[in-house]
Design a protein around this ligand. Structure first.
Ligand SMILES: [Zn+2]
Length: 323
């Protein structure tokens, strides 16, 4: 478990849906019901659990909020499912709550073991194994609660959980294979400027979350283009434009260093398609949802690990270029 640094992301939402589907399928099998329908209802329950965890992580950074959110969301989803199916609402809520807790555990354990992105076959295997074990545990529990065949529930839950993870992890595996660029392509600037980029990347590689972002972006061949006069940082179309001397004084009082700015931009680079959609959605002090995703996600965790106050907006009190 990673009690302080686990960020709830889209990948966790997907895991929650997969585990929910596994649970739903297993519990339908146990009752002798329609397995596909059970799977769909379970997926809906998992989605509720995932959204609950997301809401929990918005309340506070402590892992307990996310865990509680997963359980409450799962219970709400399970109760709603049962109400729709004219089943036992209390039992549905209980099964959903257990599913929410298991999804949280699977997602946190996988984050610890393999990080956010599947990079090799071994990681795909580990992730699928953890998801299968979680699905089996959930399936067995759901079957026991509903008086069905426990072994059958465990088998179906395990197969759905493991298979679902493999299905979702494989595109990551293919996409994250090291490409033409073994190292970062750092362009523009002087030798000294480019040495700053190497140093910033080395510094970012010191903590788990940003090390992973650096590793994955390197494998994907993202370019870092240096502009020592730019009063900002940006990401567009496979290229981060970065000033190794640009600092921001955040409204939270924290100084955002050039290294943190580079980490921020690499996080935009991480999800370019999602980012271009989120970018179009306005979101209060964060300007848009893509900035919220990066600032309240990776950046918050990165700054808090250093004991710094995270930003709560996309603004700045001031900024300067310091060579
Ligand atoms: Zn940004």
């Amino acid at each position: 478990m990673d009690p302080t640094g686990h960020i709830f992301g889209v990948d966790d939402l997907i895991i929650a849906v997969v585990i929910g589907a596994a649970l739903g399928a297993a519990s339908s099998a146990a009752r002798g019901g329609n397995i596909l329908q059970g799977m769909a209802m379970g997926a809906l329950g998992g989605l509720c659990g995932g959204l609950g965890a997301w809401a929990g992580s918005a309340i506070g950074p402590a892992w307990g909020w996310q865990f509680a959110g997963s359980i409450v969301g799962g219970a709400v989803g399970g109760a709603a499912n049962s109400a729709i199916m004219h089943g036992n609402v209390g039992l549905g809520a209980l099964t959903g709550a257990i599913g929410g807790a298991i999804s949280y555990g699977v997602s946190a354990l996988n984050h610890e073991l393999i990080g956010n992105y599947v990079e090799n076959l071994k990681e795909l295997g580990i992730g699928a194994g953890v998801a299968a074990a979680g699905g089996a545990a959930g399936g067995a529990t759901a079957s026991a609660i509903e008086g069905g065949n426990v072994a059958e529930g465990a088998l179906l839950g395990g197969a759905t959980g493991g298979g679902g993870f493999a299905l979702l992890g494989t595109p990551d595996l293919i996409r994250n294979q090291p490409g033409q660029n073994s190292g970062f392509r750092v362009t523009g600037g002087t030798d000294a400027d480019r040495a700053r980029a190497d140093q910033a990347l080395a510094d970012l590689s010191q903590n788990k979350d940003s090390a992973e972002v650096v590793r994955v972006m390197k494998a994907r061949g993202v370019e870092i283009n240096i502009d020592p006069n730019l009063q900002n940082g940006s990401y567009y179309n496979g290229r981060v434009t970065w000033n190794p001397y640009f600092h921001i004084q955040a409204n939270s009082g924290t100084t955002i260093t050039p290294t943190a700015v580079l980490g921020h931009e690499l996080n935009h680079a991480l999800a370019p398609n999602l980012g271009s959609v989120l970018h179009t959605i306005r979101f209060g002090r964060y300007n848009n949802l893509e900035e919220y995703r990066v600032i309240a996600g990776w950046e918050r965790s990165y700054l808090m690990r250093q004991g710094l106050a995270p930003r709560t907006d996309h603004g700045a009190a001031s900024w300067w270029i310091e060579r």
